[in-house]
Design a protein around this ligand. Structure first.
Ligand SMILES: Nc1nc2c(ncn2[C@@H]2O[C@H](COP(=O)(O)OP(=O)(O)OP(=O)(O)O)[C@@H](O)[C@H]2O)c(=O)[nH]1
Ligand SMILES: [Mg+2]
Length: 312
């Protein structure tokens, strides 16, 4: 199964972002620390290559700390890129650090005491509006634990000569690797109504069994773990009310597992590593090359057929 979600308002948001870009000095790209690569929107990355970027890894409180460190090291190898891993709901270091970092990344404007315009962008539900509110110190933007809460651009003036532009969460028209769709669905970037929780539950079970066994054992009171994903979902159903007429309800079991993951009841978990992503990018490249080859063959056949017709 492949998950896709690209409603019309995201297309509109993309257009609005492109219109705003000439005024922007710094990009704050918010990524979900549980899926730091899968939550990077290639459309935003491509449009903003000319801008210095602060990658904020949000929901740090839910992610595996060792993996977050690995991802920060990975991202900081890129030019003009700083990273911070944070719980965006907590003002803590954010309130002083962000204006300071922004000024460092836009030194000319900072020296001339001119206003610095910052675009806050990212996929749905990643914490853009929460970040704006934390920085503003008041509930200036609407937030909510579901994707597509913000529908239009909004700007907030901070006292330090920095303007933050909030924007609607954006995905892109095609999620090329199936795992990207699963990871975005698991972390609530995709609307629940387009998710098949049976498939998503099995995907998550497959990943968690070898990578985070202790959290599963503890949450579901298991002395040893089942050998595969079907076995895990079955155990979840038996222990957490997912049986229907004495049969395992895999859809319900998937919903329970996903909900426990989302609330960090299985521990702090990250769903991807830089190494796994490097492998998946290769797979995407190979799939693209294969498709290009097939398309070329089809075109060649069509051309041959046309030429044949002309000669008869
Ligand atoms: N645990 C945790 N929750 C967070 C964090 N940041 C945001 N949230 C929660 O995530 C949910 C989504 O936050 P929003 O700020 O509305 O996300 P958004 O990116 O503006 O979402 P859209 O406008 O729908 O694109 C809310 O329930 C927030 O409370 C964080 O760092 N940790
Ligand atoms: Mg929002």
């Amino acid at each position: 199964m492949s998950i896709q979600w690209y409603p019309g308002h995201m297309h509109k948001a993309r257009k609005q972002m492109l219109e705003l870009l000439p005024r922007i000095d710094v990009l704050v790209e918010i990524l979900d620390a549980r899926v730091p690569h899968s939550s990077q929107n290639p459309v935003i990355a491509e449009a903003c290559t000319h801008l210095p970027v602060i990658k904020l890894l949000s929901k740090d409180d839910l992610a595996d700390p060792a993996m977050t460190q690995a991802w920060q090291t990975h991202f900081e190898q890129q030019d003009n890129t700083r990273t911070l891993a944070v719980d965006l709901r907590m003002p803590g270091k954010l309130k002083s650090l962000i204006p300071e970092l922004v000024r460092k990344l836009a030194p000319t404007k900072a020296e001339q005491n001119r206003t610095i315009n910052v675009l806050v962008a990212g996929i749905p539900n990643v914490g853009k509006s929460t970040f704006i509110n934390t920085m503003a110190g008041r509930p200036a933007a609407k937030t909510g634990n579901e994707p597509a809460v913000t529908k239009a651009q909004q700007q907030i003036n901070l006292e330090d000569g920095v303007i933050l532009f909030d924007s609607p969460g954006m995905l892109w028209p095609k999620l090329e690797h199936n795992n990207t769709g699963f990871r975005l669905a698991a972390t609530s970037a995709i609307k629940n109504t387009v998710i098949d929780f049976e498939d998503l539950g099995l995907y998550l079970a497959d990943y968690l069994l070898p990578n985070y066994p202790e959290g599963l054992k503890e949450r579901y009171g298991l002395k040893s773990l089942p050998k595969d994903s079907l076995g895990l979902i079955s155990a979840v159903c038996q222990r957490r009310g997912g049986m229907k007429a004495n049969e395992v309800d895999y859809y319900k079991g998937g919903e329970i597992l996903v909900s426990d993951f989302r609330a960090a009841r299985l521990g702090r978990i990250t769903l991807e590593t830089p190494e796994v992503i490097a492998q998946e990018l290769l797979e995407v490249e190979q799939a693209r090359a294969l498709k290009a080859e097939r398309d070329a063959e089809k075109e060649a056949k069509k051309a041959l057929k046309k030429a044949g017709k002309r000669h008869t």
